[in-house]
Ligand binder design. Structure first.
Ligand SMILES: Cc1ncc(COP(=O)(O)O)c(C=O)c1O
Length: 361
């Protein structure tokens, strides 16, 4: 890590690979001899088309995305998908939602504006500290899709296996676990995520959608910009996209390929998370807030059990170069987000600091 950098445990926007930032800095004024920054070039230029094509090809390779899925680079953040999904997929105006945190709750509430949204399972009773039983869900016979948020950024839970949707299309928000491990894309009708956690700068969402789900038949009144077909037909260039965001995401895809791909990232992420979880399990001061079997590899919430001590910890950690450890206001305590770009040394240094803090308190 560069001397001028701190360990950033932010939930998002979050740490990016230093290598990527340095490459982008080198290319800032003159992208590969074209005399201008990527920020300044036309999105219709051959140079930018090359950046977009390469980013898509690398993402397809990393995730093993089959040809009958489209990859869309869109704006509006992950939250815009809360509306775009029902507008495009709710043919019967019925959808089933599994509510495992604030983000799936928001998606569920948004879908209810467009049709009948059924909350078929929830973990709200215990502050979303677990993933509900998925073995025999009351899937609605006329549901257009089943919706999940696969990694719950705020609460630190992760689906370790996908729900049995009884043949219905699975739609998944993977914002906070994007590219953290291999996925079987064909299990899903639609996968999407905001990129500002594991992939790139804020302001962009990637949607991976099965081709047969893209159609002109959307709910009446759906804006052109919120119709998947608009963007699929135009190769994500219907209007001016987030060009610089796409460029940085592309660099992160390349970085992931150089690291060895998603299976290698999964191993690394497991190793990293284990360092922190093992310590939380043995500590007499700190404890994790999630049931062990549903723990996320990406977001690790923990508490001391004393609000004042939590605040003191966050303050002392910041002074020692560990930033953004304050937990979400609805959970309190602390949260360490340890996305792909957080090095093992960062987690080891945090645990050493926590041990020291525990001794002193
Ligand atoms: C899982 C999840 N979904 C959706 C969102 C909302 O993302 P955006 O701010 O891009 O709309 C977030 C943001 O933190 C998130 O963690």
């Amino acid at each position: 890590m560069g001397k001028d950098r701190i360990y950033n445990f932010s939930a998002g926007p979050a740490v990016l690979p230093e290598e990527v930032l340095r490459e982008a800095a080198d290319e800032m004024l003159n992208y590969r001899g074209c005399g201008m920054s990527v920020m300044e070039m036309s999105h219709r230029s051959a140079v930018f088309q090359g950046i977009l094509d390469e980013a898509e090809a690398d993402l397809r390779e990393l995730m093993g995305i089959p040809d009958h899925y489209k990859v869309l680079f869109l704006q509006g953040g992950a939250s815009q998908q809360f509306a775009m999904i029902p507008m495009n997929l709710m043919k019967n105006r019925v959808a089933d939602y599994i509510v495992t945190g604030q983000w799936s709750k928001k998606a569920y509430q948004e879908a209810a504006k467009y049709g009948k949204a059924n909350k078929i399972a929830s973990s709200e009773d215990k502050t979303y500290s677990y993933i509900p039983d998925l073995s025999d869900l009351p899937i609605s016979p006329d549901a257009d899709y089943v919706y999940i948020c696969e990694n719950n950024t705020i609460y630190g839970t992760k689906y370790k296996k996908l729900p049995d949707t009884k043949g219905k299309i699975l739609v998944s928000d993977v914002s906070s676990c994007f590219l953290s491990e291999p996925v079987d894309v064909e299990q899903y009708g639609l996968i999407y995520g905001g990129v500002q956690k594991n992939i790139g700068p804020a302001g962009m969402v990637i949607v991976i959608i099965r081709e047969d789900l893209i159609s002109e038949e959307v709910l009446p009144g759906t804006p052109t910009m919120l119709t998947y077909k608009t963007h699929a037909d135009a190769g994500s260039l219907y209007n001016t996209p987030n060009c610089y965001g796409i460029y940085i995401c592309g660099k992160v895809f390349q970085w992931l390929k150089r690291r060895g791909g998603l299976a290698v990232m999964k191993e690394y992420n497991e190793k990293k998370a284990k360092v922190l979880y093992d310590y939380l399990d043995e500590s007499r001061l700190f404890s994790g807030t999630v049931v062990p079997e549903d723990r996320s590899l990406m977001n690790v919430p923990f508490v001391t059990g004393d609000k004042d001590l939590d605040a003191e910890f966050v303050k002392e950690a910041k002074a020692a170069g560990f930033e953004n450890l304050k937990g979400h206001r609805t959970v309190g305590g602390m949260r360490a987000s340890i996305y792909n770009a957080m090095p093992l040394e960062g987690v080891e240094a945090l645990v050493a600091f926590m041990k020291d803090f525990e001794q002193k308190h």
